[in-house]
Design a protein around this ligand. Structure first.
Ligand SMILES: NC(=O)c1ccc[n+]([C@@H]2O[C@H](COP(=O)([O-])OP(=O)(O)OC[C@H]3O[C@@H](n4cnc5c(N)ncnc54)[C@H](O)[C@@H]3O)[C@@H](O)[C@H]2O)c1
Length: 334
């Protein structure tokens, strides 16, 4: 099978994508970063020759030796770069969050539709071993019918917000919280309504709340909760608890085990099963494999443009609710 020829744009988190793509047998046709030091460092680290290093993404648009691009630049630029590469006939794997506004997400859905190319959003939690297992246990009925699930995104951004992350549009709920929102959507579907409170105590340098709690209602009266804290004093976690009529699962993307309670014949939960788990919360290799697979088969990527846009819609609804004090129904018509 022919190797995919890819370009990686944005070379900080983008480095994980270089490694992920190479481990899947893709060839790095180009790397690009506006920062000369970052470009040089990535080029040297991965042995990419000078003629494949670029400081301006526009130089890549017309190149015939690139099949697909990975876009790992600040969120504010996802729309412009994704639309430009889709229009140029390149498949796009764009970092999460797909966009910071529903308007940008809508424009990207249109661009993906008209391009005939694959567009995938890097919602990497769908490739995290613990969450893949959780999805399996939900789908195979081990947990029964879900009635409540919660996930938190707790990550101390104290040293991460002196840059594009301090933009009011890049609220913590969409910047990092999109991981927990997308996880709940993947497990339970699209929430019909959300209601949220926020508070601002820990990061005075950002113009948005640094902690938000949102409750939500899914179809079938399943309830959900997302907690986002970007100033928390603890290690990074995405602790997730899924309650079903037959069992309960407690898992985390940073823990080497998960705890599964299931009801016995008497309807009671007995000793929990402790399931060992590989910790890999940035599984760029499996994410890239899914992207490459969609390209080869011509089938939609797991988080295609509409999936990415719906997660943006829920995040924006949570932010709106926390600002207005009113429940909000996310708008999914992308
Ligand atoms: N999936 C995850 O868990 C995860 C983790 C970290 C970051 N991200 C996402 O990845 C993206 C990048 O985040 P980061 O932490 O690497 O940010 P960063 O600010 O550390 O690095 C961004 C890089 O992009 C470069 N850049 C900026 N504009 C550019 C342009 N127009 N063309 C080429 N290069 C450009 C910068 O010089 C810098 O090297 C963001 O969308 C972020 O939300 C995702």
């Amino acid at each position: 099978m022919k190797s995919l020829k890819i370009a990686v744009i944005g070379l900080q988190f983008g480095m994980a994508h270089i490694e992920g793509a190479v481990s899947c047998g893709a060839r790095i046709a180009a790397i690009c970063d506006t920062d000369a030091d970052h470009l040089h460092a990535a080029g040297e680290r991965y042995g990419i020759p000078a003629e494949k290093r670029f400081s301006d993404h526009r130089a890549l648009l017309a190149r015939g030796d690139i099949d697909a691009v990975v876009i790992a630049v600040p969120d504010q630029q996802h729309r412009a770069l994704s639309c430009a590469f889709l229009a140029a006939g390149k498949h796009v794997l764009c970092e999460k969050p797909m966009a910071l506004t529903c308007e940008d997400a809508r424009a990207m859905v249109r661009a993906a539709d008209t391009s005939g190319c694959q567009f995938m959003v890097g919602q990497i939690c769908r490739f995290t071993p613990a969450f893949e297992r959780a999805k399996e246990l939900v789908e195979n009925g081990t947990l029964g019918e879900l009635y409540f699930l919660e996930s938190e995104y707790a990550h101390d951004y104290m040293k991460l917000v002196d840059n594009w992350r301090a933009d009011p549009l890049r609220h913590g709920v969409i910047g990092g919280g999109c991981h927990a929102v997308d996880l709940l959507r993947w497990l339970a579907g699209d929430p019909r309504e959300v209601f949220a409170y926020g508070t601002h105590r820990l990061l005075p340098q950002v113009p948005y709340d640094d902690a938000t709690v949102a409750v939500m209602r899914f179809d079938g009266d399943t309830m959900g909760k997302v907690f986002v804290s970007t100033g928390c004093k603890r290690d990074y976690t995405m602790r997730t608890v899924i309650y079903g009529t037959r069992g309960t699962l407690i898992c985390d993307n940073t823990s080497p085990s998960m705890t599964l309670f299931t009801a016995g014949a008497d309807g009671m939960a007995h000793e929990p099963e402790i399931i060992s788990m590989e910790v890999n919360n940035h599984n760029a290799a499996r994410e890239f494999a899914a992207f490459a697979d969609a390209i080869r088969r011509g089938t939609p990527a797991p988080t295609d443009a509409r999936e990415g846009a719906k997660t943006v819609a829920v995040c924006r609804a949570i932010i709106e609710s926390s600002e207005t004090g009113k429940p909000v129904c996310p708008e999914y018509s992308f």
